[in-house]
Design a protein around this ligand. Structure first.
Ligand code: FAD
Length: 463
């Protein structure tokens, strides 16, 4: 911008100079191209310098004009640069003020621990922590948004991208009860564990199959418009309200209510609230000590805590033989090769992923998992769990006993359908998902996606 402006006076001066120049004599000492002269002028000048009769004072007039032009240009450049510098300073001050403001908000609205963590990290790290600062955004500034997506997972993010692709100026609000911007969950049980970076639980970066490194976040925070600016931004955009839960829906009035009491109306709403990991009744019954030593693995925070924990304990037991349980067992066993961590995996089936694989493949997989260093216990049904002398005791139905320091329960997912009650939406009696039509619509202007819906016409449930 400044560069362009600096050219402007230069161009003016050049134009002026060109207008003046053809009338000037082609004398030694003057920068003048003869080819620029009109034939008349050339003719007039053809007699050479000695024959040329110049009106007295023309040379000094030229010098004066060039001098004034150059001086004017200099002054103009100086003023422009100064203004640009002042504007730059103002911008930096306003940015740092808004950062501090957001930081303060976070301290007062979030839990003390979360706020301290987020604030400290935000100063030292880029992408992730800046994205978490979005949690401080106040929802009170928003009263109406054309598109509201409830849930900050893959389904919502994909929907936001599709809406923006079809309706480029649209304004989309994602409301998530997690503190992070939308991210992909699969690396939490895979690639992140195989990273060589000792700070991986902070950077959350992993190598993809093609060898390229990337963050688990779908987009950096710069991709999103802040909720405060969503309705005024010229080209719309996608905003994320993090750390906010939708607790009530009024599908007649087209409104959602957040856990901080804010009401926001919409034109179209998507329920993409995913699911919550199930626990075993025997663990839930076992009391606080057992619950504190049990992880239900789903979020970034679970990856972080399990990653830290796995370096400080002697033994961990994964209950569940599905994809998640088997992936985590292999990942932890790999880590255990360096730290000496004992990894046990137990499940009721006769082999790993026995519910989805034919028996021969399930047994082949089990051998592979054992080869990774996992102590696989098949046909294992947990009867009860207790805590004694700093250890968890897992009693199996067949009488086997296992002592361990920590449990990861990977025993399935319960669809998050609490909103159905307040919204008056039907749930499927057999499968528990929202009932929707073939276009995934539950009501006028309300759609449901991912593992939550159960279509009337499809006669099958996505769970
Ligand atoms: C560790 C792990 C590994 C996986 N690996 C694979 C894989 O390799 N391949 C594969 O296909 N799938 C995999 N999955 C499953 C896949 O991640 C899920 O299918 C996917 O996350 C579903 O996305 P979603 O957006 O529907 O729901 P979710 O990811 O569950 O997102 C829903 C979001 O909504 C939020 N929410 C819920 N209720 C509310 C509310 N009332 N207000 C505001 N926010 C709310 C939740 O906190 C959550 O953030 C994996 C899952 C996990 C956990």
């Amino acid at each position: 911008m400044a560069a362009r402006r600096m050219f402007a006076p230069g161009l003016l001066a050049a134009r002026f100079f060109n207008q003046v120049r053809p009338r000037l004599p082609s004398r030694k000492g003057f920068i003048l191209n003869r080819s620029l002269l009109t034939p008349q002028q050339t003719f007039r000048c053809s007699g050479g310098t000695s024959n040329y009769s110049q009106p007295k004072g023309d040379g000094s007039l030229y010098a004066l004009v060039v001098g004034i032009t150059a001086l004017g240009a200099g002054v103009y450049v100086y003023i422009t640069l100064r203004k640009d510098r002042d504007r730059f300073k103002e911008r930096i001050v306003s940015l740092s003020t808004s950062f501090e403001g957001k930081h303060e908000d976070l301290k007062t609205t979030g839990s003390k621990e979360d706020a301290t963590q987020t604030g400290e990290k935000a100063e030292s790290q880029g992408e992730i922590e800046t994205s978490q600062l979005k949690a401080s955004a106040t929802s009170a500034v928003l009263t109406h948004v054309p598109y509201i997506l409830i849930g900050g997972g893959t389904a919502s993010f994909a929907a936001a991208r599709s809406i923006r692709a079809r309706d480029p100026g649209s304004r989309v609000l994602i409301i998530s009860d997690e503190l992070d911007l939308p991210y992909m969950r699969p690396p939490l049980s895979k690639e992140l564990w195989f990273s060589d970076d000792p700070d991986v639980s902070e950077t959350l970066r992993f190598k993809q199959w093609n060898g390229k490194e990337r963050s688990i976040f779908f987009q950096p925070s710069s991709f999103y418009v802040s909720p405060e600016e969503l309705m005024s931004s010229e080209h719309g955009g996608v905003s994320v309200l993090t750390g906010k839960k939708v607790v009530h829906m009024d599908v007649r009035e087209n409104k959602v209510k957040l856990d901080d009491g804010t009401l926001i109306s919409y034109e179209k709403c998507l329920i993409a609230t995913g699911g919550t990991p199930r626990n075993l009744p025997s663990i839930e019954r076992a009391g606080e000590n057992v619950m504190q030593r049990t992880t239900l693995f789903r979020r970034v925070s679970d990856f972080r805590s399990l990653s830290n924990l796995s370096s400080s304990i002697d033994s961990i037991t994964i209950i569940g033989g599905g994809f998640l349980g088997s992936e985590l067992a292999c990942a932890l066993a790999r880590k255990g090769r360096q730290t000496g961590l004992e990894v046990i995996q137990m499940f009721p089936e006769s082999g790993n992923m026995g519910k989805v694989l034919p028996e021969y493949l399930s047994h082949w997989t089990t051998e592979k998992v054992r080869g990774e260093g996992v102590n696989v216990m098949s046909d294992a049904v947990v009867k009860f769990v207790s805590y004694q002398n700093g250890k968890l005791n897992i009693s199996l139905k067949d009488g086997r006993q296992v002592q361990t320091d920590h449990i990861v329960a990977a025993v399935g997912l319960e669809p998050n359908t609490e909103l159905a009650k307040s919204a008056g939406l039907e749930l499927d009696g057999d499968f528990g998902g929202y009932r929707v039509n073939a276009e995934l619509q539950a009501r006028n202007n309300v759609w449901v996606v991912s593992l939550l819906f159960c279509a009337f016409q499809l006669l099958s449930c996505s769970k």
